[in-house]
Design a protein around this ligand. Structure first.
Ligand SMILES: [Zn+2]
Length: 349
């Protein structure tokens, strides 16, 4: 009897314990009480914009909104307050989107986008932060977490990725929404490419949209579970000279299709090492970085440009290219495998 009572008491303890544990799990999300501003990119441009549309007619602004609304639900379930910059397929000015995040004192701002490029085989995630990596450390950290969770949730096989400053695509001032929210941990995310036909089909599926939203949720949860790194005043330390790049619709230009082959040609010529080859290599690296400035190879293209400037003893340009590599492109270990494979496949025997 005594053993039986003891046994019953033990079961009672386990029941209470697991009940409390379950309860604790439900309320212990690091997102509880946080205000997250979700910005589904673009909207209301079906009649005027023929660039942000996939080969089968799916529009970026529709995908962004579906993912945004899924994320809203997931965040609210975790106890977060959500501010949406738009809830419908309507046009909202960029300054208005940033203003909402500031006004509601958001703890984080995520701008949801999907990407386009003339090369339809391309599909990998890109995350942008505003300004310089050494200054916007919270943006970089949130970006790293997002690259991790998106790569895991949306890509069946290992994928290369880019974590870059928004100055890489808009050299003079960066993107309006990230510039306008600077001081709040903020990123602009292009989780995948709707110009890739298979990816466009997946993006039309609401289950896949929810999985993408889940990736955002997990990254935000990890971000708030640890200490948040500082965001220093922008341009307080480092100035990087603007590097002209293809923008928006220009990215659909046939030259953009050569981004990878131009890199490969540049690398071959660089290996030859004579002065004429170095001159040509510089042109190829520059063209690759200009036509697809946020590609997963762009950081390496700029590194080679810095090395060639060094060989030419052009100290100022070398320093400029090195600063751009250090401040605008965050190294991602997952890219090394892809880079080594590409180089090995294409090197001169
Ligand atoms: Zn977009």
């Amino acid at each position: 009897m005594r053993i039986f009572t003891g046994f019953c008491f033990l079961i009672f303890l386990i029941t209470i314990g697991s009940w409390q544990y379950g309860l604790a799990q439900e309320t212990s999300s690091s997102l509880k009480g946080k205000t997250i501003c979700i910005d589904p990119g673009h909207g209301g441009t079906a009649a005027t914009d023929s660039y942000r549309v996939g080969p089968a007619g799916e529009r970026e602004e529709w995908i962004n909104l579906r993912v945004g609304l899924e994320l809203k639900q997931l965040l609210q379930n975790s106890g977060a307050h959500v501010v949406m910059t738009r809830k419908k397929d309507v046009r909202v000015p960029l300054s208005e989107r940033a203003r909402m995040a500031v006004e509601y004192q958001a703890d984080a701002f995520v701008s949801i986008h999907h990407n386009a490029i003339a090369d339809s085989t391309v599909n990998f995630p890109i995350v942008y932060f505003h300004g310089n990596a050494s200054e916007n450390r919270a943006g970089v950290k949130l970006g790293q977490l997002l690259i991790e969770s998106i790569s895991e949730k949306m890509y069946r096989d290992p994928t290369p990725a880019s974590l870059a400053s928004d100055h890489v695509i808009f050299p003079e001032a960066g993107t309006a929404v990230l510039r306008g929210t600077y001081g709040i941990p903020a990123v602009l995310v292009e989780a995948s490419f709707f110009t890739n036909p298979a990816e466009e089909q997946r993006l039309k599926d609401s289950t896949y949209n929810r999985r993408e939203a889940q990736a955002y949720l997990e990254a935000l949860e990890s971000f708030f579970a640890a200490d948040i790194p500082p965001i220093h005043k922008t341009d307080s330390k480092v100035q990087v000279k603007p590097f002209r790049v293809f923008q928006e619709a220009e990215r659909m230009n046939p030259a953009a299709r050569q981004w990878k082959s131009n890199f490969v040609k540049g690398h071959r010529l660089y290996q030859k090492g004579d002065s004429l080859s170095l001159q040509k290599a510089m042109d190829f690296f520059t063209t690759s970085a200009r036509s697809f400035p946020d590609s997963w190879l762009a950081r390496t293209a700029h590194r080679f440009r810095a090395k060639i400037f060094e060989a030419w003893e052009k100290k100022k340009q070398q320093q400029q290219a090195e600063t751009s590599v250090a401040e605008y492109y965050v190294p991602l270990p997952q890219n090394d495998v892809f880079l080594n494979k590409l180089i090995k496949l294409n090197s001169v025997p």
